[in-house]
Design a protein around this ligand. Structure first.
Ligand code: NAD
Ligand code: ZN
Ligand code: ZN
Length: 388
């Protein structure tokens, strides 16, 4: 089959690779019809996640048709159309029983690597380094789906791929980011990053009852989409974000702040140069410019919800601000399985149509171009869907 392979930093290629096969009785094989490129893939593409190997198949946002099932799979049959959540979860460990699917205790065969870096291992993720399991990803014609009795959800007839695909990741991720803000009536939520994850966080904050959402980025086409979602916006290149937020919230600060930027934040001034230099010298794994700002801007007693991905250690973390101002920090890779059914229902009811996010539809063979456009934010690229 054809699959998009990671060959090195900013080098991805579509190659011929062996077809996946059923390895365990709870596996299914899915023929992929649509798959998307995620901001998390950019961290791999730009070489910030360790333990990638040449030839690794990328991709964790995918959907398609079941073409084969292992002998213990009863919930799916050949021909079913499904969306697959990006974390790989067993469904029966302590974490899964508590609906914390992205920290499943059983799916990462390389847990020892993650334990060294993070203390304990989270779940495995499709196409996301050997540290997170070394599973082949879904930017391919076919994928093996382990624990297929737990993850995939059937897509109703009449729901298009573009409407259903983002249940695999960015819709639940944005939604969890907003849910973690514990939004109360009248709340103002600020969102750093107007990429796909930020866009879903903005819309989810409104779905969960926020009165105002203030979105921060520097790309005008992204700020425009945030405005279409009902947000007020700040361009951080021409405005002092902290001062602007203070002024917009009567001097108190937003009730909750969402970091939808993550480890490759862009920034201005001396501290940004410091982070870039330290990250380049491997003295700091992540550049937490947006996170620092989100913490400092949040109102006393408010919540900072981190859904941007960080890989390791950050410098100049404003812990004093967190403690002295009674902030709550919540974070995580999305527990996608937990959100699949309720968010599918919101799509069915017409409360949201996730297809608004798609700007580029390419063939799988054009995936390297898709990575370039999305990474460099060229051609007003917001979200690339690859068709096989
Ligand atoms: P993206 O690269 O399209 O979006 C990031 C946005 O942040 C860009 O628009 C960029 O201009 C903006 N930005 C950069 N620096 C900023 C700053 N200092 N202040 C404000 N905005 C800034 O990526 P995406 O697909 O939207 O993903 C965003 C993050 O979410 C990534 O870190 C990704 O890994 C993460 N993610 C997390 C999960 C999860 O489960 N927690 C799931 C998917 C993606
Ligand atoms: Zn993703
Ligand atoms: Zn589990």
């Amino acid at each position: 089959m054809r699959a998009l392979c990671w060959m090195g930093k900013t080098d991805v290629r579509v190659e011929n690779v062996p077809d996946p096969t059923i390895l365990n009785p709870r596996d299914a094989i899915v023929r992929i019809t649509s798959t998307a490129i995620c901001g998390s893939d950019l961290h791999l593409y730009n070489g910030f996640i360790p333990t990638m190997q040449k030839g690794d198949i990328l991709g964790h946002e995918f959907m398609g048709e079941v073409v084969e099932v292992g002998k213990e799979i009863r919930n799916l049959k050949v021909g079913d159309r499904v969306v697959v959540p990006f974390p790989i979860a067993c469904g029966s460990c302590f974490s899964c029983e508590h609906h914390l699917y992205s920290v499943c205790e059983n799916s990462n065969p390389n847990a020892w690597m993650a334990e060294k870096m993070w203390g304990y291992s989270p779940s495995a993720i499709y196409g996301y380094s050997h540290l997170l399991g070394g599973y082949a990803g879904g930017q391919a014609e076919y994928a093996r789906v382990p624990y297929a009795d737990v993850g995939p959800i059937k897509v109703p007839d009449g729901m298009s791929d573009d409407q259903a695909l983002f249940l695999s990741d960015i819709f639940p991720t944005g939604y969890m980011g907003a849910e973690n803000c514990n939004i109360q009536r009248g709340d103002t939520v600020a969102v750093w990053g107007c990429g796909p994850v930020g866009q879903f966080a903005i819309r989810s904050a409104f779905l969960l009852g926020a009165e105002r959402v203030i979105a921060i980025d520097r790309f005008s086409y992204r700020l425009r989409m945030a405005e279409q979602g009902g947000a007020e916006t700040i361009d951080y290149e021409d405005t002092d974000v902290h001062e602007a937020l203070k002024e917009m919230t009567g001097g108190r600060g937003p009730d909750a702040c969402i970091d939808a930027v993550g480890m490759e934040a862009h920034g201005l001034g001396v501290v940004a140069a410091y982070d870039r230099a330290k990250q380049a010298m491997m003295l700091e794994t992540d550049r937490p410019m947006a996170l620092r700002q989100a913490i400092m801007a949040c109102r006393n007693g408010g919540t900072v919800s981190v859904i941007g991905v960080y890989s390791g250690f950050v410098d100049k973390f404003p812990m004093g601000s967190v403690v002295n101002r009674s902030l709550t920090i919540k974070a995580g890779q999305a527990h996608v399985h937990h959100y699949l059914r309720p968010l599918l229902e919101r799509i069915e009811k017409g409360e949201i149509d996730p297809s608004f996010i798609v700007t580029h539809r390419l063939n799988l063979d054009e995936a390297p171009l898709g990575y370039q456009l999305f990474s460099k934010k060229q051609d007003e690229c917001m979200k690339v869907v690859l068709k096989t």
